[in-house]
Design a protein around this ligand. Structure first.
Ligand code: HEC
Ligand code: HEC
Length: 370
């Protein structure tokens, strides 16, 4: 009996392993199922929080080159953490902020997990099993491959131009080597990221992956103490002084230089940070209040006066701020303006921001300028 069983098991294992050689990669079981109620909330959360940049159909690139959240290769290679972590903690120095309540975002842990699985089910692809081993390669050769084939979109230093910042420390910390390699090999379907499987040798794909990994500094997510979020009643800065009377630039925006001058001259205004509040927690222009693009406008209208000068900014550099000021204009707010350069542009020009620890710095550049 026992011997029979062992023979059977051995046969089964043998046939499994020969099967595994025929198909390219082993499949993972499907992700956790959502109840209809969970799926409904996840879908609504997606539209409320994510569609501004990732697009109403998850196609990506609606604003600020936010990647597709439905491409086949992303979800095939997707260990859930590849979606959950950027959603929860963001990618520091890019327009992607963190949405988990722990870092000052609007979503609970359950909601972020449900949205992660909802995205998997919407993509509707089988997940493949990727190795967690490091990808070994020649880093110097990888850098040459990178500068020749990747830098035009991803930036000479991986800072991201029209494509994700591959040198971003939070991205490198969150993504495994095989996840990165898979994206290079397969590309990202229906996006400008083509498959390099037939453009580069397998060894060069290893080399460029090893080069990207060599850029990682061992960054870790830091926990920070969250600041009190002010209410709209507290919004007006210098309430007893004059309005700034901005001259807008050709495109109809207020420049960093003019905003800085108005703040120094203690002009009366409301300065709104329209990003997800977690990034306001990390760094913001002093005097600003977090009022995210997905705010409850009915509640706001009751408290925020209509005649005061409002200046809005984001890091997109203008997508969220434009969206929010358009909503305000529709509701009869008379004086709204958007910061032309966005907060990263502001920082890159050398203007100060207030950081989480209360440190004011004026010269430090953000890790990504897009
Ligand atoms: C024509 C522009 C372009 C070029 C050239 C290009 N990429 Fe991309 N890449 C993109 C875009 C755009 C995305 C985001 C796609 C999406 O919407 O998901 C991307 C995504 C990626 C991703 C996935 C990132 C993530 O976090 O999921 C990796 C890894 C990547 N590219 C590596 C490379 C490497 C390595 C090269 C050179 C061998 C390269 N790319 C060349 C445009 C480009
Ligand atoms: C203000 C624009 C913006 C909003 C809103 C936004 N994102 Fe992003 N997201 C980005 C950008 C830009 C990137 C790429 C950053 C980089 O790596 O350079 C990104 C990257 C990501 C990634 C990594 C994808 C990949 O291919 O590696 C995920 C996952 C993601 N976002 C999920 C979400 C979810 C879920 C929401 C809503 C809860 C959301 N994002 C809201 C701009 C945004």
């Amino acid at each position: 009996m026992l011997i029979n069983r062992i023979v059977l098991i051995t046969l089964a294992l043998l046939s499994l392993s020969s099967f595994a050689q025929n198909v390219e990669r082993e499949k993972l079981p499907p992700p956790r199922e959502l109840t209809p109620e969970q799926a409904k909330v996840a879908s609504a959360n997606y539209q409320k929080y994510c569609s501004l940049c990732h697009g109403v159909d998850r196609q990506g690139h609606a604003n600020d080159h936010a990647p597709s959240l439905r491409s086949k290769s992303l979800f095939e290679s997707g260990v859930p953490h590849a979606i959950l972590r950027p959603m929860s903690y963001g990618r520091q120095g890019t327009a992607m902020g963190g949405y988990l309540d722990e870092v000052g975002g609007p979503m609970t842990l359950d909601e972020t997990w449900d949205l992660t699985y909802w995205l998997f089910w919407q993509a509707g692809v089988d997940r493949v099993k990727l190795s967690t081993n490091p990808v070994l390669g020649d880093v110097q050769r990888g850098e040459v491959v990178y500068q020749e084939n990747c830098a035009t979109c991803h930036g000479k230093k991986g800072e991201g131009i029209t494509a994700p910042a591959l040198g971003n420390q939070s991205a490198l910390a969150h993504n495994s080597d095989e996840f990165i390699r898979y994206a290079i090999e397969k590309g990202r379907n229906d996006t400008p990221m083509v498959a390099f499987a037939d453009k580069l040798s397998s060894a060069d794909i290893d080399n460029v992956t090893a080069f990207l990994r060599s850029q990682a500094s061992g960054w870790k997510q830091e926990t920070q103490v969250l600041k009190h979020i002010p209410t709209p009643k507290e919004y007006i800065i210098n309430p007893n002084n004059d309005d700034p009377n901005f001259t807008l630039n050709e495109q109809g925006y207020v420049t960093s230089a003019d905003l800085y001058a108005a703040l120094k001259a203690k002009k009366r205004m409301v300065l709104l940070d329209t990003r997800v509040p977690s990034v306001w927690q990390t760094a913001h222009i002093e005097g600003s209040f977090p009022l995210p693009y997905y705010t409850d406008f009915d509640a706001l209208e009751k408290e925020l006066p209509k005649d005061v000068q409002i200046v809005a900014y984001c890091s997109c550099p203008r997508a969220a701020a434009d969206y929010l000021t358009n909503k305000l204009t529709d509701r009869g707010y008379l004086k709204t303006a958007v910061l032309w350069e966005g907060i990263f542009g502001w920082q890159n020009l050398g203007y100060p921001v207030k950081r989480a620890e209360g440190i004011n710095d004026s010269k430090e550049l953000s890790s990504s300028t897009h």
